[in-house]
Design a binder for this molecule. Sequence first.
Ligand code: ZN
Length: 157
Amino acid sequence: MALSKLENLYRQVILDHSSHPHNHGTLENSSQHIEMNNPTCGDVIFLELQKKDGIIKDIAFSGHGCSISTASASMMTEIVKGKTVEEAMALAEDFSLLVQDKDVTNEEELGEAEMLRGVSKFPARIKCATLSWKALQKAIVESDSGAAKAGFMKHDE
Ligand code: ZN
């Protein structure tokens, strides 16, 4: 496939995710929730997870953001749902390398999120792409410390 056709396909998939995001909304039985902002672009994400026995049983996000941040959050929730928190943390690390166009250990595990490698060419958009993954990492870390349960905690990216 010619590169331009591949780029068009990627663009289409990213647009589909941003206009019809997966796992968009709220959870009834979340064990963790977190709010995170990307002041550079104005993206705000509310991320909720339901964690049980070290597994992300369910995950949902809401808030408002640009198409890159929304598409990335949609992809992220698809990828980590059903994974262990360790796997999710490793994937978050991989994703942060991916958007810097660096080598990634488990590239196929990132699925459609691989299509966001192109944001490495647009440094201002990297924070849009990583916002949901950083919220995920923070929610997991704080769930281990028991801090996230009290309410939405505000964080600037
Ligand atoms: Zn953005």
